[in-house]
Design a protein around this ligand. Structure first.
Ligand code: ACO
Ligand code: KIV
Ligand code: MG
Length: 503
């Protein structure tokens, strides 16, 4: 049985999903969960992209215990220096450098010839090798590249010290037969290929990312790059949960297995979905809300008699529990502490007491507390922004069809202050009131709301982006009262803007 390495790029390619922006604490939390799940490599980010990403990769390098930590870099000395500085504290660091090898990318984007790209790839792998033992090299857009050219580049970079060579289907253009043949051809035509591991990185533009990765495994690939929930650029990447469970369910046929503890899949999927702010579609394989749901009578009958009639894997095998612990107002601190631990939070007693109070307050307004509610409570306490200003209370009164007045009390630098505003809706009125109270014209740029869990008493999660001058801050508020969640999200964003200013 071959063991296929799982390279998770949720924190790099996954973060390239439009609208996703994770801070260092959020990234570190996801990295710890991936490490516990048993992934072989965590691609933590693109160090040259921003100071924030650099710091996040550094933090991840410190907290990850078992997995290799990779940092992506263009084939440029500056990017490689930055990548190395970001991972040098990791137990197992890897520099991942890349350059495009297809005619389209070389001509229109890089404006380089084949010879120039070859030289830059080889020189930069050699340069990176001078810093780090483990070097991965990717031929970006490999599936649309001229075969003979990829063979030449791969031979050159392996000679220069690459330990892993990655073959991406960057634009999700390939199909399984073709992609499998590409991997076989590489194995047969690159003379020194045995000195490196072959990795594949597939995108889902035609819905074939997992199928292409599976074809590559059959053709001899050693490592699959993937993301939790299939996040990633455009239509996303191969979903970790899909490729892992494919190897679990069809292990014999694929003659392949992984190191993944599959029961961690569902909780990790929930954390990523919540922190990234990207919900999972109900019919998503493995982690969608309907993946183990049976609605029609014939199916229900079959499942009641024997679940294997309609289930090819058990919900428990991916971390859903049939006998789940139900949380509500009668729940106690032992079960709550246990739940937090199971979710990967190692809080001290003081923090648990504080969260338990919030949990009890929530049970007064919500009949059943779901895992997602507890995740949000826990995530709220790992916020990196200081709460300089916070909401104390507010009241909203409708004056006429188009005019609503909001009175707000806030605590700012330890003092209670009062403000009021009007608007055509309650949220608008509150935002005007907060601006008046703080004496600043903050401007709402983006606003979105979604229900975290089902039911009439579900909590609403509001996300906003707020601007003031050149500064922009993001904020999040969660509450069963969506007007209050809106106010808290706005204040969270303001605290973010002000803390950036002070820093
Ligand atoms: C397929 C993938 O997913 S690749 C990874 C994609 N991810 C990202 O781009 C996220 C992080 N990126 C960033 O933050 C920015 O793009 C940066 C910091 C890397 C570069 O920013 P800028 O200097 O403003 O350049 P910009 O992004 O506009 O253009 C890219 C430049 O890199 C060059 N380039 C692109 N890929 C490579 C490469 N692999 N090796 C060397 N140079 C490259 C382009 O030709 C262009 O060069 P030019 O500025 O001389 O014209
Ligand atoms: C950087 C590379 C591996 C990539 O993300 C792609 O080609 O899709
Ligand atoms: Mg990609």
């Amino acid at each position: 049985m071959r063991r296929i390495k799982i390279f998770d790029t949720t924190l790099r390619d996954g973060e390239q999903t439009p609208g996703v922006n994770l801070n260092a604490q959020e990234k570190a939390l996801i990295a710890k969960k991936l490490d516990r799940m048993g992934v072989d490599v965590i691609e933590a980010g693109f160090a040259a992209a921003s100071k924030g990403d650099f710091e996040a990769i550094r933090e991840i390098s410190r907290v990850v215990e078992t997995a290799t930590v990779a940092s992506l870099a263009r084939a440029l000395p500056g990017d490689i220096d930055r990548a190395w500085d970001s991972i040098r504290e990791a137990k197992f660091p890897r520099i991942h450098t890349f350059i495009a090898t297809s005619d389209i990318h070389m001509k229109y984007k890089l404006k380089m010839t084949e010879d120039e790209v070859y030289k830059q790839a080889v020189d930069m792998v050699r340069y990176a090798k001078g810093k780090c033992r483990d070097i991965e090299f990717s031929c970006e857009d490999a599936s649309r590249s001229r075969r003979e050219f990829i063979y030449r580049v791969l031979e050159g970079v392996i000679e220069a010290g690459a330990t892993v060579v990655n073959i991406p289907d960057t634009v999700g253009y390939s199909y399984p037969d073709e992609f499998g043949t590409l991997i076989r051809d590489i194995r047969n035509n690159v003379p020194n290929i045995e000195r490196a591991e072959i990795s594949v990185h597939c995108h889902n533009d035609l819905g074939l990312a997992t199928a292409n990765a599976a074809a590559a495994i059959k053709a001899g690939a050693h490592q699959v790059e993937c993301t939790v929930n299939g996040l990633g650029e455009r239509a996303g990447n191969t979903a970790l949960e899909e490729i892992v469970m494919l190897m679990r369910v069809r292990e014999k046929e694929l003659n392949a297995t992984t190191n993944i503890a599959s029961t961690h899949i569902a909780p990790t999927s929930a954390t990523v979905s919540q922190l990234a702010g990207i919900g999972v579609q109900p019919n998503k394989a493995i982690v969608g809300g309907n993946a183990f749901a049976h609605e029609s009578g014939i199916h229900q009958h079959g499942v009641l008699e024997n679940a294997t009639t309609y289930e090819i894997m058990t919900p428990e095998s991916v971390g859903y529990s049939k006998n789940k612990m139900v949380f509500g107002k009668h729940s106690g601190k032992h079960a709550f502490t246990d739940k937090l631990r199971e979710m990967g939070y190692d809080f001290n007693r003081e923090k648990i007491d504080e969260l338990f109070k919030k949990f009890k307050a929530l049970t007064d307004v919500k009949k059943e507390i779901f895992d997602a509610d507890i995740e949000y409570l826990a995530q709220g306490s790992i916020k990196e922004v200081e709460e300089k200003t916070k909401l104390v209370t507010f009241e909203v009164v409708r004056h006429s069809l188009n005019c609503i007045k909001a009175d707000i009390v806030m605590e700012s630098s330890g003092r209670k202050e009062f403000g009021s505003g009007t608007g055509d809706g309650p949220v608008n009125a509150i935002y005007q009131g907060i601006n008046t109270l703080l004496g600043r014209e903050y401007e709402l740029k983006e606003y979105s709301i979604h229900g975290i869990t089902g039911g009439a008493d579900a909590q609403g999660e509001v996300r906003v982006r707020v601007a003031h001058g050149d500064s922009v801050g993001s904020g999040r508020g969660i509450h069963t009262d969506i007007v209050r969640a809106s106010a808290e999200a706005y204040i969270d964003a303001i605290n973010c803007i002000e803390s950036i200013r002070i820093a």
